[in-house]
Design a protein around this ligand. Structure first.
Ligand code: NDP
Length: 338
């Protein structure tokens, strides 16, 4: 496959100009480009420049607003809400995260609901940001109906990711961010693009039979990780990011996607906890306690902490840049000049 190498600055400009060329406001395009560049920087290709066409395709749905201005409100002392106004999640997060951080410091615990947003991104950037500010953080979002419930054959749940971050003082936070399906959907789309079969156990076809064909998998249903256990996590995510904050379930997002753009629309739910506010022992001793756990894990050969792969990738992409397929580069350059 022919490829093009870009610096991270070039990556950001490419995403921003492609989006602005397709009618996104400067603020929306900048926020999305930040998210896409962070994904490329950390080697998360399936949420990098590959996603730009998904953002653009989302505009095919009636009512999608590429120039939306998110609206911040304060429903309760520890609650923040951002109405993304049928725009995109990255800008809504930019508006909501400072207020969430402030409330978590004040109240000890705070939650942020983002409503009416297209969320096509990974969740680790927002929980990592909160943990860099000393907070324990969790984030949840539903998607479109891609995943069959345990024992079922038809999609109901989204790939419903959840992310968690733990602050580590002078060290980078511990962060995990995982889909509740065996694989993220973007990974299957990348296998399809690259003409590769998917591993066994990721998906079933439209007849409910196991498949390694990415096209049949995308037409059928993805499987939750760990059978009924992953399915229950997906169910919890639907309830937190849907029913709790007054937003859509994944199957409702699919029904709303009349133009079949594949862009998930709905809510994101975030929790932030200030560990300094718990009184049992000082903060330093509790953080040192966590470090003992991490050290015990890492003593075992073959282990690593979640987030380590991303941070390693970060070290090399800053100097070596990123590589994308020439076809994607050409497509995004075309968006820019349209
Ligand atoms: P992975 O299975 O690749 O990784 C999940 C987590 O496990 C990561 O934090 C990863 O850390 C960690 N991990 C992986 N291997 C190990 C290991 N051997 N030891 C310790 N930790 C490990 O991710 P998924 O495919 O489940 O999800 C990919 C992304 O897709 C997520 O960022 C998610 O938010 C996003 N997504 C977004 C959706 C949306 O609609 N917005 C829907 C579904 C997914 P590391 O990063 O360091 O490898």
């Amino acid at each position: 496959m022919s490829t093009v190498t870009l610096s991270l600055d070039d990556c950001h400009s490419m995403a921003r100009l492609a989006l602005q060329g397709q009618g996104f406001s400067e603020d929306q395009a900048n926020a999305i480009a930040d998210t896409i560049t962070a994904a490329e920087r950390d080697g998360c290709t399936s949420h990098g420049l590959f996603r730009v066409p998904f953002y653009v395709n989302a505009l095919g749905n009636p009512g999608t607003d590429a120039k939306a201005v998110p609206v911040l409100s304060h429903p309760a002392p520890a609650l923040v809400r951002v109405d993304a106004a049928t725009g995109f999640c990255p800008l809504a997060l930019k508006v909501g995260l400072p207020a969430l951080t402030e409330k978590a410091y004040e109240q000890g615990i705070a939650a942020l609901a983002i409503n009416n947003a297209y969320n096509i991104a990974a969740l680790w950037p927002e929980v990592e940001h909160l943990a860099e500010n000393g907070l324990v953080a969790m984030a949840f979002t539903a998607a479109n109906a891609f995943v069959a419930p345990a024992g079922g054959t038809k999609p109901i749940y989204g790939t419903n990711p959840m992310a968690f971050a733990w602050p580590r003082g002078d060290q980078p936070p511990l962060v995990f961010d995982q889909a509740s399906s065996v694989s993220a959907r973007g990974e299957i789309q990348l296998h399809l693009r690259d003409g590769k079969p998917i591993p066994e156990g990721w998906a079933i076809d439209a007849n409910g039979q196991p498949t390694t064909d990415p096209e049949a998998a995308l037409a059928g249903a993805q499987l939750p990780f760990g059978g009924h256990k992953g399915a229950s996590i997906a169910l919890m995510v639907e309830l937190l990011a849907g029913a709790l904050i007054g937003d859509l379930f994944s199957f409702e997002s699919t029904e709303r996607d009349v133009q079949k753009t594949g862009a998930p629309f709905g809510g994101e739910f975030l929790l932030a906890i200030d560990p300094a506010k718990f009184g049992n022992g000082n903060l330093e001793s509790r953080q040192a306690h966590a470090e003992q756990l991490f050290a015990a894990i890492l003593e075992q050969p073959g282990t690593r902490l979640p987030g380590d792969r991303r941070r390693k990738a970060r070290l090399s992409t800053r100097t070596e840049g990123i590589t994308i397929p020439t076809a994607l580069h050409t497509q995004l350059a075309g968006y820019r000049s349209n």
